[in-house]
Ligand binder design. Structure first.
Ligand SMILES: Nc1ncnc2c1ncn2[C@@H]1O[C@H](COP(=O)(O)OP(=O)(O)O)[C@@H](O)[C@H]1O
Ligand SMILES: [Mg+2]
Length: 292
């Protein structure tokens, strides 16, 4: 990957006091505008990596060493103030449990307005305009009535859309989504996956999509990185990972699937469509052509 293509490039080792070596000299690179799936079993260190990129690992008591280059800047050398500027504006974050990520005491509109003001100067009208545009981009009702609701008055799926709207209000070049569909039912999961695909397509936003679910990753992502025993053991184009997995752990993951979404000669669809259907997700297909 050439320097100009690279959005994020990192090499990290991470320890918790009670659990040293969670990540061991892990290397990962992301291109501008791509959706990269990070797959690993529960406890493999996916959330640890997400927090480390945002330099939030201290909150969990973790210590990271290494290098994180994002848009040519070395994030490890930035001050906390500079990181605050960057979080939300340059890198958005969406977490697993939408309801616990929203403040139950504040109206949806108030929380969106706070997220907007964190990185923008402007009057009330500018703020309202940005919020309504963000709600539209995540297919939520754009009316004042919706903004007046409290988190307890919306569904889990709507709450996750609110959080995605919040994370993308400032159109960051990178969105990190850490198991964003795990708390959702299958239909809502499929809708949220479609939403990520459209945010990527329409805003050119790169997405680090973290999941333990290889099928949903296959349906959405241009490339996949497999995390195992503290390292990325394999990383490549989605179709290539399925067609020619090289690491035994990747082979094991693929064999454990009910079926290989890229292997069904008797059907006329493209491999991407088959992957989508297997994961219950129609629409966006990560073929070679759609890649950035
Ligand atoms: N604050 C912490 N202190 C000690 N160990 C932790 C802490 N947070 C996570 N771990 C451990 O680090 C490993 C990776 O955790 P995590 O990044 O949350 O995994 P994942 O997101 O892949 O499920 C797990 O074994 C977990 O138990
Ligand atoms: Mg996690």
């Amino acid at each position: 990957m050439s320097f100009s293509e690279s959005l994020l490039s990192l090499r990290l080792s991470i320890d918790y006091r009670s659990k040293p070596g969670v990540l061991r000299n892990l290397a990962l690179q992301m291109r501008r505008g791509e959706i990269l799936g990070l797959v690993g079993q529960s406890g493999s260190g996916k959330s640890t990596l997400a927090l480390a990129i945002l330099r939030l690992l201290g909150l969990r008591g973790g210590v990271s060493r290494g290098e994180i280059r994002f848009q040519g800047r070395d994030l490890m050398s930035l001050s906390e103030r500079e990181m605050c500027e960057l979080r939300g504006r340059q890198i958005g974050l969406v977490l697993q449990s939408p309801l616990s990520s929203l403040n139950p005491a504040l109206r949806i509109g108030t929380q969106l307005a706070e997220a907007w003001r964190a990185h923008a100067n402007g009057n009330r009208e500018d703020c309202t305009r940005s919020i309504l545009a963000a709600l539209k981009s995540v297919s939520l009702p754009e009316g004042e009535r919706f903004l007046r609701r409290s988190p307890s008055q919306v569904s889990v799926g709507q709450a996750q859309r609110v959080l995605i709207a919040m994370a993308t209000l400032h159109r960051p070049p990178l969105l990190i989504a850490d198991e964003p569909t795990s708390a959702l039912d299958t239909i809502t999961q499929a809708e949220v996956l479609r939403l990520f695909a459209s945010l990527n397509r329409e805003l050119g936003m790169a997405i680090l999509y973290i999941s333990h679910d290889l099928l949903s990753v296959a349906s959405l992502c241009h490339r996949i990185a497999i995390l195992h025993e503290g390292q990325i053991v394999e990383c490549g184009e989605t179709q290539q990972i399925f067609a020619q997995p090289t690491h035994p752990y990747t082979c094991q993951l693929i064999e454990a699937l009910p079926r290989n979404p890229f292997e069904s000669p008797d059907r006329g669809n493209t491999p991407g469509q088959q992957a989508m259907e297997t994961a219950g997700v129609p629409a966006h297909v990560p073929t070679g052509k759609s890649q950035p």
